[in-house]
Design a protein around this ligand. Sequence first.
Ligand SMILES: *Cc1c(COP(=O)(O)O)cnc(C)c1O
Length: 380
Amino acid sequence: MSKIPFGKPFIVGKELFYIAQAVINGSISGDGLFTRRCQEWLETELHCKKVLLTQSCTAALEMTAILANIGPGDEVIMPSFTFVSTANAFVLRGGVPVFVDIRQDTLNIDERLVESAITERTKAIVVVHYAGQPCEMSVFESICRKYNLFLVEDAAQAILASDGSRALGTIGDMGCVSFHETKNIISGEGGALLINNPELIERAEIIWHKGTNRKAFYQGQVDKYTWVDIGSSFLPSELTAAFLFAQLEQAKRINSNRRSLFEKYLNILQPLANEGFFSLPYTREGLLSNGHVFYIICKNDIERQNLISYLAEQGINAVFHYVPLHNSPAGMRFGRTAGELNVTEDISRRLLRLPMFSEMSHVQVRYICQHLALFYHAKN
Ligand SMILES: *Cc1c(COP(=O)(O)O)cnc(C)c1O
C-alpha cells in the first residue's frame, strides 16, 4: 500500500475549462460571471437570502466583525476549541474573545454555559459547527434575541450540512463557509459570507466593494461612485470563482462520497470502540453529516502520540487539532475565559483525525482500520 496522506486537493472535472472560459471572457478580476454563478448556486441550494463570495472563510469572518460593529472592548463569545480565524477576525477590530467550553458529545460550544458568560459588553456569539455537526441553534437563537446579540455561524467545515431542516450557516444573522483546499468543496483559498439578516445586506455589499457604493452606481441608483464606509479587498478573482463553480456543480456527489467514507470508518471501527479502546465521532440519528472530519478520541495524549508514530511507520498520516485558543500566547493576550474549559483541554489532548479526502478509497479506509486493530490488540 502506498502512503496515505492526511488530505489531498482534488479536481472533479471542469475546473480548468471554466478557468479558460473566465480568461476568454476578458476580465478575471472579481464580481464577474463565475462569482455570480457561485453566489446564485449557494443562495438556491442553501436557501440563503444573500451570498457574497470571499477570498477565504477568514475574510468572511472579518466582514461579520465589521457588520456587527465590533469595536474596542466589545466582547464576543466563542469556543476555544476552534481555528484561530474565529477569534482573530474580532480581535482585529479591538474585540475581546470570551472563550466558553465545549460539549463532550458534539465538541461544539456548550449552549448551557453561554448565558452566564454574557456581560454589558457582549455584542455577539460566534458558534462553530465542528466537523459539520450542528450546534444547538434554537437555544442560541433565543439567547441572542433575549440579549440583542448578533449570532454568527462559523460554518467553515459545514458546507451542505444541516440541523435537520436548515442549512448550517443560514441560521444566524450571518454565516461563513470555507473553500480552502482542506475542506470538502475547494478553490485553493476561498470562502463565502452568507447573510441571513436582510438589514445587513446593503452594508455588506459596500464593505465587499472596498467601502464604496460601486453596486448602487452600477445599478444607476447614484451618479457618483465614491467612498462611503470602511471596507477591504474581500472578493476573490474570477479564476478562483471559476474553479469553485466546477466544484459546486458536483458538491452533492463530493459530500455523499465523503459521507460513505465516514460511514465505512464508523462501521469498521465500532467493534474496537465497543472494546473500549477509543470513542467514535458523535452522530445524530437521521441527520445528514457532510463527512468533513473523521476522528477518534484516544485514552490519553501518550497513547495518541504512540498511535500517530505507529501509523506513520505504516505510511499513514494522522494529525490532531486544535491547540486551544484560550491558553495560546495570543489568546491570553487578547481574550479571556468564562468558566473552566476542562472539556476543551481534555479533548484537545486526545482527539486524533484520520485521513479523509475526496479521492480516498474504501480499500485505504480498511487498511487504516486494520492497523488501528493491530495497534490496540498488540498492546492489550
Ligand atoms: C478552515 C477553518 C477556518 C478558516 O477557513 P479559511 O477559508 O482557510 O480562511 C475558520 N474556522 C474554522 C472552524 C475552520 O475549520
